[in-house]
Design a protein around this ligand. Structure first.
Ligand SMILES: Nc1ncnc2c1ncn2[C@@H]1O[C@H](COP(=O)(O)OP(=O)(O)OP(=O)(O)O)[C@@H](O)[C@H]1O
Ligand SMILES: [Mg+2]
Length: 390
Protein backbone atom coordinates (compact mmCIF):
# COMPACT_ATOMS: atom_id res chain seq x y z
CA UNK A 1 0.00 0.00 0.00
CA UNK A 2 1.29 3.42 -0.87
CA UNK A 3 1.53 5.54 2.26
CA UNK A 4 -0.57 8.67 2.09
CA UNK A 5 1.45 11.84 2.05
CA UNK A 6 1.01 13.58 5.35
CA UNK A 7 -0.42 17.01 4.87
CA UNK A 8 2.05 19.53 6.19
CA UNK A 9 0.77 21.37 9.23
CA UNK A 10 1.63 25.06 9.03
CA UNK A 11 3.95 25.98 11.86
CA UNK A 12 3.19 28.98 14.06
CA UNK A 13 5.64 31.10 12.08
CA UNK A 14 4.15 30.13 8.73
CA UNK A 15 0.95 31.86 7.71
CA UNK A 16 -1.96 29.65 6.60
CA UNK A 17 -2.10 29.66 2.79
CA UNK A 18 -4.49 32.28 1.43
CA UNK A 19 -4.95 33.77 4.90
CA UNK A 20 -5.93 37.41 4.94
CA UNK A 21 -5.48 39.78 7.84
CA UNK A 22 -8.86 41.38 7.85
CA UNK A 23 -11.59 39.63 5.86
CA UNK A 24 -14.33 41.95 4.58
CA UNK A 25 -17.72 41.82 6.31
CA UNK A 26 -19.28 39.75 3.50
CA UNK A 27 -16.74 37.00 4.18
CA UNK A 28 -16.70 37.31 7.96
CA UNK A 29 -20.48 37.13 8.27
CA UNK A 30 -21.20 34.92 5.25
CA UNK A 31 -23.19 32.36 7.30
CA UNK A 32 -25.44 35.03 8.85
CA UNK A 33 -26.04 36.65 5.46
CA UNK A 34 -26.92 33.32 3.88
CA UNK A 35 -29.45 32.56 6.60
CA UNK A 36 -31.08 36.00 6.41
CA UNK A 37 -31.26 35.70 2.62
CA UNK A 38 -33.02 32.35 2.95
CA UNK A 39 -35.50 33.87 5.37
CA UNK A 40 -36.17 36.76 3.01
CA UNK A 41 -36.45 34.64 -0.15
CA UNK A 42 -40.18 35.30 -0.71
CA UNK A 43 -40.45 38.70 0.93
CA UNK A 44 -40.78 41.97 -0.90
CA UNK A 45 -37.90 44.39 -0.50
CA UNK A 46 -36.64 47.54 -2.21
CA UNK A 47 -35.41 46.95 -5.79
CA UNK A 48 -31.89 45.56 -6.00
CA UNK A 49 -31.67 44.80 -2.27
CA UNK A 50 -30.27 41.53 -1.00
CA UNK A 51 -32.29 41.60 2.24
CA UNK A 52 -35.45 43.22 3.54
CA UNK A 53 -34.97 46.44 5.54
CA UNK A 54 -35.82 44.55 8.75
CA UNK A 55 -33.17 41.91 8.08
CA UNK A 56 -30.56 44.58 7.31
CA UNK A 57 -31.17 46.12 10.74
CA UNK A 58 -31.05 42.67 12.39
CA UNK A 59 -27.81 41.89 10.56
CA UNK A 60 -26.19 45.04 11.95
CA UNK A 61 -27.72 45.27 15.43
CA UNK A 62 -28.12 41.54 16.10
CA UNK A 63 -31.03 39.57 17.55
CA UNK A 64 -30.04 39.77 21.24
CA UNK A 65 -29.13 36.10 21.42
CA UNK A 66 -32.43 34.99 19.96
CA UNK A 67 -32.09 32.32 17.29
CA UNK A 68 -33.82 33.02 14.00
CA UNK A 69 -34.02 31.04 10.77
CA UNK A 70 -36.29 29.40 8.19
CA UNK A 71 -36.41 26.18 10.28
CA UNK A 72 -35.39 24.98 13.74
CA UNK A 73 -32.41 23.05 12.40
CA UNK A 74 -31.36 25.99 10.25
CA UNK A 75 -31.29 28.86 12.70
CA UNK A 76 -28.79 30.98 14.56
CA UNK A 77 -28.55 34.11 16.66
CA UNK A 78 -27.34 37.11 14.67
CA UNK A 79 -24.41 38.85 16.36
CA UNK A 80 -24.46 42.51 17.37
CA UNK A 81 -21.89 44.28 15.22
CA UNK A 82 -22.63 47.95 15.63
CA UNK A 83 -23.16 48.97 19.26
CA UNK A 84 -25.59 51.85 19.24
CA UNK A 85 -29.15 52.85 18.80
CA UNK A 86 -31.27 50.64 16.58
CA UNK A 87 -33.19 53.77 15.59
CA UNK A 88 -30.12 55.26 13.91
CA UNK A 89 -29.53 52.11 11.90
CA UNK A 90 -33.21 51.99 10.96
CA UNK A 91 -33.05 55.61 9.75
CA UNK A 92 -29.92 54.85 7.71
CA UNK A 93 -31.71 51.94 6.05
CA UNK A 94 -34.73 54.11 5.23
CA UNK A 95 -32.48 56.79 3.72
CA UNK A 96 -30.71 54.28 1.53
CA UNK A 97 -34.00 53.13 0.02
CA UNK A 98 -34.82 56.73 -0.92
CA UNK A 99 -33.56 59.36 -3.28
CA UNK A 100 -30.88 60.90 -1.06
CA UNK A 101 -27.46 59.59 -0.13
CA UNK A 102 -26.43 58.85 3.46
CA UNK A 103 -23.68 60.85 5.16
CA UNK A 104 -22.34 59.41 8.42
CA UNK A 105 -20.59 62.13 10.39
CA UNK A 106 -18.90 62.04 13.78
CA UNK A 107 -15.72 62.03 15.78
CA UNK A 108 -12.96 59.63 14.69
CA UNK A 109 -13.26 56.01 15.77
CA UNK A 110 -17.02 55.91 16.27
CA UNK A 111 -17.51 53.09 13.74
CA UNK A 112 -18.74 55.23 10.84
CA UNK A 113 -16.72 53.22 8.33
CA UNK A 114 -17.74 49.97 9.98
CA UNK A 115 -21.42 50.91 9.83
CA UNK A 116 -21.03 51.96 6.19
CA UNK A 117 -19.40 48.63 5.35
CA UNK A 118 -22.12 46.66 7.15
CA UNK A 119 -24.89 48.59 5.39
CA UNK A 120 -23.39 47.96 1.95
CA UNK A 121 -22.95 44.28 2.75
CA UNK A 122 -26.46 43.85 4.19
CA UNK A 123 -28.09 45.71 1.29
CA UNK A 124 -25.87 44.91 -1.70
CA UNK A 125 -23.91 41.84 -0.58
CA UNK A 126 -20.54 43.49 -1.21
CA UNK A 127 -18.40 46.17 0.40
CA UNK A 128 -15.94 46.27 -2.49
CA UNK A 129 -17.30 49.32 -4.30
CA UNK A 130 -15.55 52.10 -2.42
CA UNK A 131 -13.59 55.29 -2.94
CA UNK A 132 -11.22 56.54 -0.26
CA UNK A 133 -11.31 60.32 -0.27
CA UNK A 134 -7.96 62.11 0.01
CA UNK A 135 -6.59 65.48 -1.04
CA UNK A 136 -5.36 63.68 -4.17
CA UNK A 137 -8.71 62.16 -5.21
CA UNK A 138 -9.52 63.12 -8.79
CA UNK A 139 -12.76 63.31 -10.72
CA UNK A 140 -11.76 60.15 -12.64
CA UNK A 141 -12.08 58.19 -9.44
CA UNK A 142 -15.69 59.31 -9.10
CA UNK A 143 -16.67 59.22 -12.78
CA UNK A 144 -14.47 57.20 -15.16
CA UNK A 145 -11.00 57.07 -16.63
CA UNK A 146 -9.50 55.80 -19.87
CA UNK A 147 -7.09 53.12 -20.89
CA UNK A 148 -4.89 55.57 -22.78
CA UNK A 149 -3.16 52.99 -25.03
CA UNK A 150 -6.59 51.83 -26.24
CA UNK A 151 -7.89 55.37 -26.45
CA UNK A 152 -5.01 56.44 -28.72
CA UNK A 153 -5.35 53.32 -30.83
CA UNK A 154 -9.13 53.22 -31.32
CA UNK A 155 -10.49 56.47 -29.99
CA UNK A 156 -13.10 56.67 -27.24
CA UNK A 157 -14.92 53.33 -27.12
CA UNK A 158 -16.77 51.63 -24.23
CA UNK A 159 -13.91 49.09 -24.06
CA UNK A 160 -11.34 51.84 -23.44
CA UNK A 161 -13.37 53.27 -20.58
CA UNK A 162 -12.32 52.42 -17.03
CA UNK A 163 -15.38 52.66 -14.80
CA UNK A 164 -15.06 54.12 -11.31
CA UNK A 165 -16.58 52.27 -8.36
CA UNK A 166 -19.44 54.79 -8.57
CA UNK A 167 -20.15 53.84 -12.16
CA UNK A 168 -19.95 50.13 -11.37
CA UNK A 169 -22.37 50.60 -8.49
CA UNK A 170 -24.78 52.50 -10.76
CA UNK A 171 -24.68 49.81 -13.43
CA UNK A 172 -25.19 46.93 -11.02
CA UNK A 173 -27.65 48.65 -8.66
CA UNK A 174 -25.43 48.45 -5.59
CA UNK A 175 -24.40 50.78 -2.80
CA UNK A 176 -21.04 52.47 -2.99
CA UNK A 177 -19.04 53.84 -0.09
CA UNK A 178 -17.27 57.15 -0.22
CA UNK A 179 -14.89 57.21 2.72
CA UNK A 180 -13.82 60.57 4.14
CA UNK A 181 -15.59 62.53 1.43
CA UNK A 182 -14.66 65.89 2.98
CA UNK A 183 -10.94 65.24 2.50
CA UNK A 184 -11.43 65.66 -1.27
CA UNK A 185 -11.34 69.06 -2.88
CA UNK A 186 -14.83 70.60 -2.93
CA UNK A 187 -14.91 70.62 -6.76
CA UNK A 188 -14.19 66.88 -6.78
CA UNK A 189 -16.87 66.26 -4.12
CA UNK A 190 -19.32 68.15 -6.30
CA UNK A 191 -18.97 65.47 -8.97
CA UNK A 192 -21.45 63.56 -6.83
CA UNK A 193 -24.20 66.18 -7.14
CA UNK A 194 -25.50 65.18 -10.57
CA UNK A 195 -24.99 61.50 -9.82
CA UNK A 196 -27.15 61.76 -6.71
CA UNK A 197 -29.83 64.00 -8.16
CA UNK A 198 -30.16 62.67 -11.71
CA UNK A 199 -28.97 59.14 -10.99
CA UNK A 200 -27.21 59.30 -14.31
CA UNK A 201 -23.60 59.67 -15.38
CA UNK A 202 -22.96 61.29 -18.75
CA UNK A 203 -19.96 60.28 -20.85
CA UNK A 204 -19.71 63.06 -23.45
CA UNK A 205 -16.92 61.27 -25.33
CA UNK A 206 -19.23 58.39 -26.32
CA UNK A 207 -22.13 58.55 -28.70
CA UNK A 208 -25.81 57.62 -28.53
CA UNK A 209 -27.01 55.22 -25.87
CA UNK A 210 -23.48 54.64 -24.69
CA UNK A 211 -23.13 58.23 -23.58
CA UNK A 212 -25.21 57.74 -20.43
CA UNK A 213 -25.05 55.32 -17.55
CA UNK A 214 -28.33 55.18 -15.63
CA UNK A 215 -28.41 53.93 -12.07
CA UNK A 216 -30.13 50.58 -11.65
CA UNK A 217 -32.50 50.13 -8.67
CA UNK A 218 -30.52 49.61 -5.47
CA UNK A 219 -27.84 52.20 -6.24
CA UNK A 220 -27.06 54.79 -3.59
CA UNK A 221 -24.07 56.39 -1.88
CA UNK A 222 -22.92 56.11 1.74
CA UNK A 223 -20.33 58.74 2.58
CA UNK A 224 -18.44 59.22 5.83
CA UNK A 225 -16.96 62.43 7.18
CA UNK A 226 -14.80 63.01 10.17
CA UNK A 227 -15.53 66.06 12.29
CA UNK A 228 -11.91 66.42 13.38
CA UNK A 229 -10.08 66.62 10.06
CA UNK A 230 -11.64 68.66 7.33
CA UNK A 231 -15.21 68.96 8.55
CA UNK A 232 -18.40 69.19 6.56
CA UNK A 233 -18.20 73.00 6.68
CA UNK A 234 -16.34 73.06 3.37
CA UNK A 235 -18.88 70.87 1.66
CA UNK A 236 -21.05 72.77 -0.83
CA UNK A 237 -24.62 73.47 0.21
CA UNK A 238 -25.79 71.81 -3.01
CA UNK A 239 -24.04 68.56 -2.11
CA UNK A 240 -25.19 68.69 1.52
CA UNK A 241 -28.79 68.81 0.29
CA UNK A 242 -28.27 65.51 -1.56
CA UNK A 243 -27.47 63.69 1.67
CA UNK A 244 -29.32 62.81 4.84
CA UNK A 245 -26.90 63.34 7.71
CA UNK A 246 -26.61 60.88 10.60
CA UNK A 247 -24.32 61.74 13.48
CA UNK A 248 -22.62 58.75 15.04
CA UNK A 249 -21.76 59.39 18.68
CA UNK A 250 -19.39 57.43 20.91
CA UNK A 251 -20.99 54.49 22.75
CA UNK A 252 -23.24 55.91 25.48
CA UNK A 253 -23.19 53.00 27.92
CA UNK A 254 -19.93 52.20 29.79
CA UNK A 255 -20.77 48.54 30.26
CA UNK A 256 -21.53 48.02 26.56
CA UNK A 257 -18.31 49.80 25.64
CA UNK A 258 -16.27 47.53 27.93
CA UNK A 259 -17.90 44.40 26.47
CA UNK A 260 -17.20 45.66 22.94
CA UNK A 261 -13.56 46.52 23.71
CA UNK A 262 -13.01 43.08 25.16
CA UNK A 263 -14.65 41.22 22.28
CA UNK A 264 -13.02 43.32 19.53
CA UNK A 265 -9.59 42.93 21.14
CA UNK A 266 -10.17 39.18 21.45
CA UNK A 267 -11.06 38.92 17.76
CA UNK A 268 -7.95 40.87 16.76
CA UNK A 269 -5.52 38.66 18.66
CA UNK A 270 -4.32 35.27 17.46
CA UNK A 271 -4.80 32.22 19.67
CA UNK A 272 -1.10 32.31 20.56
CA UNK A 273 -1.37 35.88 21.72
CA UNK A 274 -4.49 35.35 23.82
CA UNK A 275 -4.10 32.29 26.00
CA UNK A 276 -6.67 33.29 28.63
CA UNK A 277 -9.78 35.45 28.43
CA UNK A 278 -8.88 39.14 28.54
CA UNK A 279 -8.77 40.43 32.13
CA UNK A 280 -12.12 42.08 32.77
CA UNK A 281 -10.79 44.38 35.50
CA UNK A 282 -8.11 45.72 33.15
CA UNK A 283 -10.70 46.48 30.46
CA UNK A 284 -13.01 48.18 32.99
CA UNK A 285 -10.13 50.34 34.19
CA UNK A 286 -9.04 51.27 30.70
CA UNK A 287 -12.56 52.04 29.47
CA UNK A 288 -13.20 54.20 32.54
CA UNK A 289 -10.04 56.22 31.85
CA UNK A 290 -10.99 56.64 28.19
CA UNK A 291 -14.55 57.71 29.01
CA UNK A 292 -13.42 60.20 31.69
CA UNK A 293 -10.93 61.85 29.32
CA UNK A 294 -13.35 61.77 26.38
CA UNK A 295 -16.27 63.38 28.19
CA UNK A 296 -14.38 65.73 30.54
CA UNK A 297 -16.34 64.39 33.48
CA UNK A 298 -16.15 61.25 35.62
CA UNK A 299 -19.10 59.13 36.76
CA UNK A 300 -18.60 60.69 40.23
CA UNK A 301 -19.17 64.13 38.67
CA UNK A 302 -15.54 65.32 38.90
CA UNK A 303 -14.30 67.64 36.16
CA UNK A 304 -11.50 66.36 33.92
CA UNK A 305 -9.34 68.37 31.51
CA UNK A 306 -9.94 66.83 28.09
CA UNK A 307 -6.93 66.18 25.88
CA UNK A 308 -7.10 67.58 22.34
CA UNK A 309 -6.91 64.07 20.87
CA UNK A 310 -9.96 61.86 20.54
CA UNK A 311 -10.21 59.11 23.12
CA UNK A 312 -12.16 56.82 20.82
CA UNK A 313 -13.38 53.29 21.38
CA UNK A 314 -11.18 52.26 18.46
CA UNK A 315 -8.13 53.55 20.38
CA UNK A 316 -9.28 51.70 23.52
CA UNK A 317 -9.43 48.48 21.47
CA UNK A 318 -5.94 49.15 20.10
CA UNK A 319 -4.46 49.73 23.58
CA UNK A 320 -6.11 46.61 25.02
CA UNK A 321 -4.84 44.53 22.11
CA UNK A 322 -1.32 45.90 22.50
CA UNK A 323 -1.20 45.22 26.25
CA UNK A 324 -2.45 41.64 25.91
CA UNK A 325 -0.04 41.00 23.04
CA UNK A 326 2.85 42.39 25.07
CA UNK A 327 1.95 40.00 27.89
CA UNK A 328 2.10 37.07 25.45
CA UNK A 329 5.45 38.12 23.97
CA UNK A 330 7.12 39.06 27.28
CA UNK A 331 5.32 36.99 29.93
CA UNK A 332 7.96 37.06 32.65
CA UNK A 333 6.62 39.12 35.58
CA UNK A 334 4.19 40.94 33.31
CA UNK A 335 1.95 43.51 35.01
CA UNK A 336 -0.67 44.75 32.51
CA UNK A 337 -1.68 47.82 34.53
CA UNK A 338 1.93 49.06 34.46
CA UNK A 339 1.70 49.29 30.65
CA UNK A 340 -1.36 51.50 30.67
CA UNK A 341 0.19 54.95 31.32
CA UNK A 342 2.74 54.53 28.51
CA UNK A 343 0.05 53.52 26.02
CA UNK A 344 -2.19 56.36 27.16
CA UNK A 345 0.60 58.84 26.55
CA UNK A 346 0.92 57.42 23.05
CA UNK A 347 -2.81 57.94 22.43
CA UNK A 348 -2.95 61.41 23.95
CA UNK A 349 0.31 62.98 22.74
CA UNK A 350 -0.40 63.54 19.07
CA UNK A 351 -0.81 67.25 18.42
CA UNK A 352 -0.50 69.33 21.53
CA UNK A 353 2.35 69.16 24.07
CA UNK A 354 -0.06 70.37 26.75
CA UNK A 355 -1.89 67.04 26.54
CA UNK A 356 0.78 65.46 28.75
CA UNK A 357 -0.05 68.02 31.46
CA UNK A 358 -3.75 67.25 31.06
CA UNK A 359 -3.06 63.56 31.56
CA UNK A 360 -0.96 64.31 34.66
CA UNK A 361 -3.79 66.50 35.99
CA UNK A 362 -6.13 63.53 35.55
CA UNK A 363 -3.69 61.44 37.60
CA UNK A 364 -3.50 64.12 40.29
CA UNK A 365 -7.30 64.31 40.44
CA UNK A 366 -9.61 61.33 39.78
CA UNK A 367 -6.88 58.65 39.75
CA UNK A 368 -5.52 59.76 43.14
CA UNK A 369 -8.96 60.13 44.67
CA UNK A 370 -10.01 56.65 43.61
CA UNK A 371 -6.70 55.28 44.93
CA UNK A 372 -7.31 57.01 48.25
CA UNK A 373 -10.74 55.39 48.38
CA UNK A 374 -8.84 52.09 48.63
CA UNK A 375 -9.34 50.54 45.19
CA UNK A 376 -6.20 48.40 44.57
CA UNK A 377 -6.18 48.80 40.77
CA UNK A 378 -6.48 52.60 40.96
CA UNK A 379 -3.81 52.55 43.68
CA UNK A 380 -1.47 50.71 41.34
CA UNK A 381 -2.31 53.13 38.53
CA UNK A 382 -1.73 56.11 40.81
CA UNK A 383 1.76 54.84 41.69
CA UNK A 384 2.62 54.84 37.99
CA UNK A 385 2.32 58.61 37.61
CA UNK A 386 6.11 58.78 37.23
CA UNK A 387 5.79 57.15 33.76
CA UNK A 388 3.92 60.20 32.50
CA UNK A 389 6.69 62.57 33.52
CA UNK A 390 9.50 60.75 31.80
N1 LIG B 1 -20.43 51.82 18.30
C1 LIG B 1 -19.54 50.91 17.94
N2 LIG B 1 -19.94 49.67 17.63
C2 LIG B 1 -19.05 48.72 17.25
N3 LIG B 1 -17.73 48.95 17.16
C3 LIG B 1 -17.26 50.16 17.46
C4 LIG B 1 -18.14 51.20 17.87
N4 LIG B 1 -17.41 52.31 18.08
C5 LIG B 1 -16.13 52.00 17.83
N5 LIG B 1 -16.04 50.69 17.45
C6 LIG B 1 -14.77 50.04 17.14
O1 LIG B 1 -13.97 51.01 16.51
C7 LIG B 1 -13.41 50.48 15.30
C8 LIG B 1 -13.12 51.62 14.35
O2 LIG B 1 -14.23 52.05 13.74
P1 LIG B 1 -14.18 52.82 12.34
O3 LIG B 1 -12.85 52.75 11.72
O4 LIG B 1 -15.34 52.33 11.59
O5 LIG B 1 -14.41 54.29 12.89
P2 LIG B 1 -14.58 55.62 12.08
O6 LIG B 1 -15.68 56.35 12.76
O7 LIG B 1 -14.74 55.34 10.64
O8 LIG B 1 -13.22 56.34 12.38
P3 LIG B 1 -12.43 57.42 11.49
O9 LIG B 1 -13.23 58.68 11.59
O10 LIG B 1 -11.11 57.51 12.17
O11 LIG B 1 -12.37 56.89 10.10
C9 LIG B 1 -14.42 49.45 14.87
O12 LIG B 1 -13.85 48.49 14.05
C10 LIG B 1 -14.83 48.88 16.20
O13 LIG B 1 -13.88 47.96 16.66
MG1 LIG C 1 -13.59 55.86 8.96
Amino acid sequence: MIPMAKSKQPSASEPTPNAIQSPPAEVRYAAELKLLQEMDADKTRPGGWLLTPQSVVDFICGTEGQKIGPSKSNSMAISEKFVGSRDIVQRCVVTLAGERGLLLVGEPGTAKSMLGELLTVGISGTSALAVQGTAGTTEDQIRYGWNYAMLLDRGPTPEALIPSPVMQAMRTGKLMRFEEVTRCLPEVQDGLISILSERRLIIPELLGEQSSVFAAPGFNVIATANLRDRGVSEMSAALKRRFNFETIAPIADAEREAVLVSSRATSMLTEDERKDPIDNALVQLLVTVFRDLRSGRTAEGWQVQQPSTVMSTAEAVAVTTAIVREGAFFPSGFDPVSRLPGHLLGVVMKDDAKDRERLIAYWNGPVRRRAEAGDPLWKRLSELRIVLEA
